[in-house]
Design a protein around this ligand. Structure first.
Ligand code: FXY
Ligand code: ZN
Length: 375
């Protein structure tokens, strides 16, 4: 077969922190060894696409193409790729699974050493970019950059989908929804009859609620300063709500009171270091666990009194809910196909790709859980 050529296509390029993205013609280089080039079909906007675009407290890397929750079709494959071919349907992930490193070999970790979160805006394999505009490099985002008609990703950073899986909304399984489910099932291992507190009722927080409900949690308390989130929360299993603005006392005291001593599990799904502390302080002694999920913006360091930890509490963090992407995410896809888990409900808005800035706005206003961009 002819070797793949450079493609010119449209992509949403972010030129600087917080600057509206513009749809530009970009050149997409052919996939290098072990990479695949994908025609993006659908991509959803995740809070991290906004957090890193705003770059508060993070190193600004621009010009850049954001996007990491996506589905697409393999357009071409690079040298050495044997398990994917042109036409395959795939889900992209920001954390790959090489299956060879110490972490991939351990059943305790999903933090692949070779294909972990790429933070330099480059490709894992050669620290170069595949995007350019007239020879000027355009940087990647976490090795995915799905806000483009075509993108190049490492072949071990995709989950193969069977052709009968609808590509529209399942992109949320590439990050948010998988993260929430995994945080509840795998990381906290929420038990029957337990009490759970979820800080932040966006897509991740609601996926934690759905996961905890499936595990038989009896009280699922949602905390959010936006009361619009409460009605929707019920659909995902939230049983009680706390709006911190309705109370004089700090939230951890409210939780302590209504749970007589603290919750079994607390999940931080916002990305705020003060709230991470609140989550730890809302747990009960002995076995209470605070799971940190949100990617912070602004202040990066968290502080807390050591006492609760000595008293037996656990502070734990997770990326992608602990799932090993290529080997474990297909199970969630199957559960969705068997209607054992809800996925479509997380998609509240759909827009054409060209309206990406409108999608960002909807997310920032807290009006939307997930907005699918049809590319
Ligand atoms: O949305 C979930 N994960 C992000 C893609 C991870 C961002 C980590 C930020 C550090 C570069
Ligand atoms: Zn994400």
């Amino acid at each position: 077969p002819l070797s793949p050529q450079t493609i010119t296509c449209k992509a949403a390029v972010a030129w600087g922190p917080g600057e509206p993205m513009s749809i530009e013609e970009v050149q997409v280089a052919p996939p290098q060894p072990m990479e695949v080039r994908i025609k993006v079909v659908a991509t959803t906007i995740c809070r991290s696409d906004i957090t890193l675009w705003e770059s508060r407290g993070h190193i600004p890397i621009f010009p850049r193409i954001f996007g990491h929750e996506a589905t697409g079709i393999v357009e071409s494959v690079g040298e050495g790729v044997t398990d994917l071919r042109e036409g395959d349907h795939v889900l992209t992930v920001f954390q790959g699974e090489c299956k060879k490193c110490r972490h991939c070999k351990s059943d305790k970790s999903n933090a692949c050493e070779t294909l972990g979160v790429e933070g330099n805006g480059l490709m894992h394999s050669d620290q170069k970019t595949r995007f350019s505009i007239n020879g000027k490099p355009i940087y990647h985002f976490v090795g995915v950059s799905s806000f483009s008609e075509y993108t190049v990703v490492h072949s071990e950073c995709v989950v193969k989908l069977s052709p009968d899986v609808p590509l529209g909304k399942i992109s949320v399984l590439g990050c948010s929804v998988a993260t929430g489910f995994g945080a509840a099932w795998k990381i906290a291992n929420v038990g029957k009859g337990s009490t759970v507190v979820i800080f932040g009722l966006g897509a991740v927080g609601l996926a934690v609620a759905q996961g905890a409900k499936l595990r038989g949690a009896s009280r699922i308390i949602g905390v959010d300063i936006n009361p619009d989130k409460f009605e929707r929360g019920k659909i995902f299993g939230v049983t009680e709500f706390i709006n911190p603005n309705d109370y004089k006392q700090p939230t951890q005291e409210v939780v302590k009171e209504i749970t007589t001593g603290g919750a079994d599990y607390c999940f931080e799904c916002v990305g705020n270091v003060e709230l991470m502390r609140t989550a730890l302080e809302s747990c009960c002694d002995g076995w209470g666990m605070a799971v940190l999920i949100g990617v912070p913006s602004g202040k990066m360091e968290l502080s807390a009194h050591y006492g609760p930890l000595l008293n037996g509490r656990t502070l734990k963090g997770t990326l992608l809910g602990g799932w090993k992407t290529r080997s474990e995410l297909p199970m969630l896809v199957e559960m969705y196909m068997k209607k054992e888990i809800q996925i479509d409900e997380y998609v509240t808005h759909e827009l054409p790709f060209a309206d990406i800035n409108k999608g960002y706005q909807l997310m920032k206003e807290g009006k939307c859980l997930r907005c699918v961009l049809h590319v």
